[in-house]
Design a protein around this ligand. Structure first.
Ligand code: SOE
Length: 387
């Protein structure tokens, strides 16, 4: 019989910990998946920090060792919101313990690690999802429906950019997101992984690519290692930046589309500009996270004189997920993308159906990330291994 509750054990409690916790609390307001998430335990090394997070987010208990959390038999789902270098170990242990898994992106540091994670969940027969939350925006889901139904015809172009500017100050410290051993890569894995996911979701597999990567500020002050986007430097010492500040790549998709991608943390004025445009033989779509409820749609067959991009406010019942929230025109935000992702995941657990993006998708995303790094190093086109 399907469970009535899914007891969540979260590992980590910073930015994503807050986003996920908020989603667990709000989900039952809007979705009836047949199962209620129960915020059972949260783990973090710093006792005072994890206690404060448990209280603020609404978890019933806390642990200072994630292994303890995974051993508990009152946990059904392990949610991993820790830095990237810890995902593999935690996810593999969680799978072996028979827990379902929610894991932040990028899935792993390397393709090998991602493979091990994929194998572990397959062997254990548990369900796992990677938190590519943006594909759960109603407008992106609607774009997917338009593309899959052939409304845009054959797809020629995918043009995607993820533009941020939060590390442009050379005095911004060397936080974990800027250290290769902890994060894997810089702008590439942190935000490039999101636009790879959008491209794969909307159009298909990336088969080969050519890339270049750049680190503009090569040394930075040390500071709050675990700090986020508002971290402060705290000592008068510096360290070397060993990840990219920006990456750009050209790619071919399996059905023949040409992709142009850019991920950077040096696009002044762009706080979180995650944009994608797809051009097909019968029309185009455009989307920008900073205006996320709207999908721009252009259809070649519109009457002459009326041709142009129209703005579809994706808040109508016909738009995926939108009907679960407010009456049409009452917009939703960033945080709701996580609610939609969790609702989809929980529903798949109840129904016993497939749920994407799973660890196979996370692995394929890692293969693209690895190909971008290889291409940038070698100055050559690189084939992307297919699963
Ligand atoms: C920081 O670049 C960050 O929080 C990313 O880590 C997230 O994945 C992205 O959604 C927003 O920006």
């Amino acid at each position: 019989m399907a469970p009535r509750e899914l007891r969540i054990g979260m590992v980590g409690y910073k930015f994503m910990g807050k986003a996920h916790s908020h989603a667990y609390r709000d989900l039952p307001f809007f979705f009836d998946t047949g199962v209620t998430p129960v915020m059972t335990a949260i783990a973090g090394r710093d006792e005072a920090g994890v206690r404060a997070a448990a209280e603020q987010f609404g978890f019933a208990s806390c642990e200072t060792d994630w292994r303890r959390l995974i051993e508990r038999d009152d946990i059904d789902v392990v949610d991993i919101v820790t830095p990237n270098n810890t995902h593999a170990e935690i996810a593999i242990a969680a799978a072996k313990a028979g827990k379902h898994i929610i894991c932040e992106k990028p899935l792993a540091l390397t393709v090998d690690q991602a493979k091990q994670m994929r194998d572990a969940v397959n062997e254990a027969g548990v369900r796992a999802i990677v938190c590519h939350n943006y594909r759960f925006s109603p407008a992106i889901q609607y774009a997917k429906q338009l593309i899959s139904s052939g409304k845009l015809g054959r797809i020629y172009h995918v043009r995607a950019q993820y533009l941020q500017d939060w590390i442009m100050d050379p005095e911004f410290p060397l936080v974990w997101r800027l250290r290769k051993e902890v994060t894997g890569s810089g702008a590439l894995g942190d935000i490039g992984a999101h636009i790879i996911d959008l491209g794969r979701f909307l159009v298909g597999e990336i088969t080969d690519l050519t890339a270049t990567m750049e680190t503009f500020i090569k040394e930075r002050p040390l500071g709050e290692m675990s700090g986020g986007l508002n971290a402060k430097k705290d000592v008068n010492a510096t360290g070397i930046v060993d990840v990219d500040d920006a990456a750009a790549w050209l790619a071919h998709f399996d059905q023949g589309a040409l992709g142009v991608f850019e991920a950077t943390r040096f696009a002044a004025g762009n706080r979180n500009g995650n944009r994608i445009e797809v051009n097909g033989e019968k029309g185009s779509i455009r989307w920008d996270l900073e205006n996320m409820n709207n999908l721009q749609v252009y259809l070649v067959d519109d009457a002459p004189g009326l041709q142009g991009f129209r703005t579809i406010n994706c808040t109508e019942e016909q738009h995926p997920f939108a009907g679960a929230y407010w009456p049409a025109g009452h917009i939703i935000g960033y945080e709701h993308t996580f609610i939609n992702l969790f609702a989809t995941f929980f529903q798949s657990i109840v129904d016993g159906t497939e749920c994407k993006p799973d660890f196979e998708d996370g692995l394929q995303n890692e293969r693209v990330l690895a190909a971008i790094e290889q291409s940038s190093e070698r100055g050559q086109w690189v084939q992307v291994t297919q699963g």
